[in-house]
Write a protein that binds this ligand. Structure first.
Ligand code: 4AD
Ligand code: MG
Length: 474
C-alpha cells in the first residue's frame, strides 16, 4: 500500500488507490482529511453521504483509523491538487470524539507535553519528527561519505571522570538494604558489575581510544546528565554526536564542525521544505506575541539559508571578552554575570555575541584552562587550552569540542592537579603511552540542533519523550 506522500506525488490520476490513515477532520458529511505521517499534507477523501450509511459516517471522527479505496482525481477544491473519490470505506479503529484530546484546533505546547503519547498526531509534531529523522540520517550520511566509522560506546560506564555533568547511578542493589562493608559503606563489590556504575555523560573518552586505532570515528547515542537544570536547553536524557579524529588539530576540528552542521541543515532544506514552511509560519505566529526587540530578524528558512551561505565567525575567548567589555550592554550594566578574563561565558554573553554583535554563528576557541576539562590540549601560554564552542543564534552553545592533550607528562600532571584518579583511567592514559598523536573531536547536542532547525523554543518539544527533573512519564 502506498503512503499518502507517494499517492500525492504519483500523479497517477483516474486510477484506483487505497489508503490507511487517521482522520484529521470531517466536514459537510462529505470531506475527510486524513494523514498517515508520511507528509505534512493531508489527503482529501470525498464520500457521497448517500452511499454510506449513517452509522458508519458517525464513526468518521478526528483520530479514528480508517481504510478507504477509491479513485484518485484532480481536486476542484482549494488547498489540494488531488483527492480520492471513495467507493469503499472501513473504520479500522474508532475514536471517541468526546474523549480524544487532540482536536482540530490550536493546543498549547504545555498541554501537548502532558499528552506526549498523542502529540505525534498533530501537524506540528509530525513536522518536527520528520525533520528530526532527516537530521539523524544526514548525520550518518555525512560521516559515512567522509570515511568515518560509527562506533557504539557504552551507555553504562564505570568511568565517572570526565566531569561533564552530574551522573545517574545504575545499580541492582536494594536501596532500602544495601550490603555494607566493614567500614559501614555501601559495598559495590556486591553490585551487579562488582563496582559502582553510572549512565554515560559522553562517549568521548572511549571514542578517543578507537580514533587512536581507526583514525576517524563518531558516536551517536543517548547521553545522560542529572543536572537539575530546568531550562529550555537542557534534557536529562539527550542524544549526542561525537566525532573523534586522529592527526587533526583544533583548526581541523572547527572546519569539521562547520562543514558537518552545514551538511545536515542542508539535508533538511532539501527534504523537508513543506515541514519547514509550516514550522516557519508557527514561529512567526508565536513571535507576534513577543515585543519587537525579541523577534528574530530572519524567518526560519532564511535563517537556515544564512547559516549555509556564510562562514562562521571564529575568534578567541580573549577577543570575545574584549568585545563584551567594550559593548554598550556591558557599560550600561545590562549583563547579570561578570565579564572578565577567566570567567565562563554565560548564555547572556554568548547570545550577545551571536545575536547582537556578529549576527552569525560564532566559534570561540582557546578558553582559559581553568574552566575546561582535564583532557584539553594546553597552549604554550600555559593559561589557555585548545577548546572550541560553536554558538548558534537562539540556542547558544550547540557544539563543544577540543584538541586533546596528547603529551603523557602534561596529561598526568593535569590529572594530578585536578585529583582525577589515574588508576581508574589507566586505559585512557594508555592511548598516550602507546603511539600517542595529535587528535581532536567535538560533541553536538542533537536536540539543540533539532531546536535550531525547527525553531522550537523548548528542547522538550523536539524529542518524543523528554526526560527532565520531575518527569519520566511514558
Ligand atoms: O560541551 P559538552 O559537555 O561536551 C562534551 O561532552 C564533550 N565530551 C564533547 C566532545 O568533545 N566529544 O556537551 C556537548 C554538547 C553541548 O554543546 C550541548 O549542545 C549538548 O552537548 N548538551 C546538552 N544537550 C541537551 N541537554 C543537556 N543537558 C546537554 N548538555 C550538553
Ligand atoms: Mg560544553
Amino acid at each position: 500500500m502506498k503512503t499518502i506522500k507517494q499517492i500525492i506525488n504519483s500523479e497517477q490520476l483516474n486510477q484506483p488507490v487505497e489508503v490507511k490513515a487517521w482522520v484529521k477532520t470531517f466536514r459537510n458529511d462529505r470531506f475527510i482529511a486524513v494523514n498517515d505521517g508520511s507528509t505534512i499534507q493531508n489527503l482529501q477523501l470525498v464520500i457521497d453521504p448517500e452511499q454510506f450509511d449513517e452509522n458508519l459516517r458517525k464513526k468518521i471522527n478526528t483520530g479514528a483509523a480508517i481504510y478507504a479505496k477509491g479513485e484518485l482525481v484532480e481536486s476542484m477544491g482549494k488547498g489540494q491538487k488531488v483527492e480520492v473519490l471513495v467507493n469503499e470505506l472501513e473504520i479500522l479503529g474508532e475514536s471517541d470524539p468526546e474523549k480524544f484530546p487532540i482536536q482540530p484546533k490550536r493546543h498549547t505546547l504545555e498541554f501537548l507535553r502532558e499528552k506526549a503519547h498523542l502529540r505525534p498526531r498533530t501537524t506540528l509534531f509530525g513536522a518536527i519528527m520528520r525533520v528530526r529523522n532527516t537530521l539523524s540520517f544526514a548525520v550518518h550520511q555525512y560521516f559515512q561519505e567522509n570515511n568515518f566509522l560509527y562506533v557504539n560506546t557504552p551507555i553504562i560506564t564505570g568511568a565517572d571522570a570526565e566531569g561533564a555533568g552530574e551522573m545517574f547511578q545504575v545499580t541492582t542493589l536494594d536501596p532500602a538494604q544495601p550490603p555494607r562493608n566493614e567500614a559501614g559503606e555501601i559495598d559495590y563489590k556486591k553490585d551487579f558489575f562488582g563496582r559502582k556504575t553510572n549512565l554515560t555523560v559522553s562517549g568521548q573518552l572511549e571514542a578517543e581510544t578507537y580514533a587512536m586505532a581507526l583514525g576517524k570515528v563518531y558516536t551517536f547515542g543517548p547521553t545522560f546528565r542529572a543536572e537539575n537544570s530546568n531550562t529550555t536547553r537542557h534534557l536529562a536524557e539527550f542524544w549526542m554526536i561525537e566525532p573523534e579524529v586522529a592527526f587533526m588539530d583544533l583548526h581541523g576540528d572547527m572546519d569539521l564542525a562547520e562543514s558537518f552542521v552545514k551538511y545536515i541543515i542542508k539535508a533538511v532544506l532539501d527534504k523537508n521544505y513543506e515541514d519547514l514552511q509550516f514550522l516557519e509560519m508557527r514561529l512567526k505566529n508565536e513571535e507576534k506575541q513577543k515585543p519587537q526587540a525579541q523577534r528574530s530578524e530572519l524567518a526560519l528558512i532564511e535563517k537556515l539559508q544564512f547559516v549555509l551561505d556564510n562562514n562562521f565567525i571564529r575568534l578567541s575567548y580573549t577577543e570575545a571578552i574584549e568585545i563584551l567589555r567594550n559593548s554598550k550592554a556591558y557599560k550600561k550594566k545590562k549583563f547579570k554575570f561578570p565579564v572578565e578574563w577567566g570567567v565562563d561565558l554565560q548564555s547572556e554573553h554568548e547570545r550577545y555575541l551571536v545575536e547582537k554583535h556578529f549576527k552569525s554563528p560564532v566559534i570561540i576557541y582557546d578558553y582559559p584552562a581553568k574552566i575546561k576539562a582535564f583532557y584539553m590540549r594546553l597552549n604554550d601560554d600555559e593559561k589557555t587550552v585548545r577548546a572550541m564552542d560553536v554558538l548558534f543564534p537562539g540556542i547558544g552553545e550547540i557544539i563543544g569540542g577540543s584538541q586533546r592533550e596528547e603529551r603523557l607528562d602534561v596529561l598526568l600532571q593535569k590529572m594530578k592537579d585536578l585529583g582525577i584518579d589515574q588508576e581508574e583511567l589507566y586505559w585512557y592514559i594508555d592511548t598516550r603511552r602507546f603511539g600517542t598523536a595529535v587528535h581532536s573531536g567535538f560533541g553536538l547536542g542533537f536536540e539543540r540542533m533539532v531546536q535550531f532547525v525547527t525553531g522550537m523554543g523548548n528542547i522538550r518539544d523536539v524529542i518524543p519523550y523528554p526526560r527532565y527533573p520531575g518527569n519520566a512519564a511514558f
